[in-house]
Design a protein around this ligand. Structure first.
Ligand code: ZN
Ligand code: ZN
Length: 420
């Protein structure tokens, strides 16, 4: 008999899980949202809970996604900077240091007036190009800026003997002076890296303060983007791609997302990435085009498709209960469209969240999240709804961290035997 390898579709509502909410009479957004497609699929699935990092540990979207993709975050997490940089198009090799940056507004004494230079900054790509044209090296370290959304940038430092053990120059408040980056340990690499960051900061100010685009912004009453503040240094570590791992059988896999951080994590483990047209990463995103992309990818030669929806997390951080429920209902529509158009006889469909973002907390918590795994060959639990509560009764019990990806790969006959 030929061992049939199944395809896998993994769908995540970012921060979708929640806690009981008073206004909902103790129910959660997942429990009150109308989601016939998800519930129907759940009734044919095995259910359970998943702890992205471990019980009570509060994940970032980045560490949660590493675990989701089958990588122990404690071993592989390089910090947020490298993933953000990868997510906005940087190429990053092991050893290189990446930081996140903000175009900001400072006065002549480098006192921060606006940490985001007004936030709306259509000049961002042009200013980044100008910086790249005029700064190639600082103390022998290659420097490359990457434009991101609004006022955001990423910067990559390429050179030998660098370290991410350095502090931010971003003071994270206004009315105070831009900070000096300092080595956080008594290490020559860290001292050198901090020096480069400090020189680079002054260089951005020198180049940007009289830039014609900034003079024009001042003329129009807008805060000039006259410096870049750095934070979140991280050093890229070696992360083997899923396709390079000897323990699993996976060659082509695709992530569908509009969120730089998630795209960065996906790229770091070898995913092809697409952001379909109309997809924003916010609550006004076009989920129908996401569904279409997933359907096409699964009809093609992709063996694993990861589909990420950010809107549930955005609504949760805003404390917007109504938007969160609506977003879940939109996800349901998206899933309905997908399952009507793929072969459920050869595809596993898993639905979960990367962490809980309870409306009342407005931030990520360490609660376990609900998980449903549909497979044509799984023993289903016959639980007719998908929620934080119903998943507790499921046969998968409580999976932890990398267990989820291993379970999916095992169901798909894509994991190798451990032992003889
Ligand atoms: Zn998240
Ligand atoms: Zn979040």
């Amino acid at each position: 008999m030929i061992k049939m390898m199944l395809k896998i579709l993994l769908i995540v509502g970012d921060g979708m899980a929640d806690r009981p909410i008073k206004e909902l009479h103790g129910k959660t957004p997942l429990e009150v949202a109308s989601k016939p497609n998800i519930d129907e699929l759940a009734s044919r699935s095995a259910l359970g809970l998943w702890d992205p990092l471990g019980p009570g540990l509060r994940p970032g979207s980045d560490t949660a996604h590493l675990a989701l993709f089958g990588y122990d975050p404690r071993r592989y997490y390089p910090g947020r900077g490298p993933f953000e940089a990868l997510g906005v198009g940087a190429e990053l090799r092991p050893g290189e240091v990446a930081l996140r940056g903000n175009f900001a507004t400072v006065d002549d004494n480098l006192i921060v007036i606006d940490r985001r230079a007004g936030r709306s900054l259509p000049e961002n790509p042009e200013l980044v190009k100008y910086l790249n044209d005029n700064i190639q090296h600082v103390d022998g370290v290659e420097v490359r800026f990457y434009s991101a959304t609004e006022h955001r940038v990423a910067v990559v430092l390429r050179g030998s003997a660098l370290s991410a053990d350095v502090s931010d120059t971003d003071p994270h408040e206004v009315g105070v002076k831009v900070l000096q980056s300092k080595a956080l340990c008594d290490d020559e690499k860290a001292i050198k890296t901090a020096n480069v960051i400090n020189k680079l900061t002054l260089l951005t100010y020198k180049l940007l303060k009289d830039h014609p685009l900034n003079l024009k912004r001042i003329e129009n009453g807008l805060p000039p983007a006259n410096i870049i503040l750095f934070r979140g240094a991280g050093q890229m570590s070696y992360i083997p791609k899923l396709s390079e791992r000897g323990d699993i059988i996976l060659n082509k896999y695709l992530a569908i997302s509009a969120t730089a951080l998630v795209i960065g994590v996906a790229k770091s483990v070898g995913f092809d990435v697409i952001t379909p047209p109309g997809v924003t990463g916010g609550i006004n995103t076009n989920l129908s085009s996401k569904a279409e992309s997933a359907i096409q990818a699964l009809k093609g030669d992709y063996e694993l498709v990861y589909l990420h929806v950010k809107g549930t997390d955005a609504a949760s951080h805003d404390g917007n209960l109504e938007a969160k429920i609506k977003m879940i209902e939109q996800i349901d529509g998206m899933i309905g469209k997908i399952i009507d158009n793929i072969d459920l006889g050869s595809t596993i469909v898993a639905i979960t969240a990367d962490h809980a973002t309870p409306i009342y907390v407005r931030d990520h918590t360490g609660d376990p999240v609900p998980l449903a795994i549909y497979s044509p060959f799984i023993i289903c639990d016959g639980i007719k709804s998908f929620s934080e509560r119903s998943a507790r009764r499921g046969s998968l019990g409580r999976l932890r961290s990398v267990d989820l990806m291993h379970t999916l790969l095992d169901q798909a006959n894509r994991i190798r035997k451990y032992g003889a």
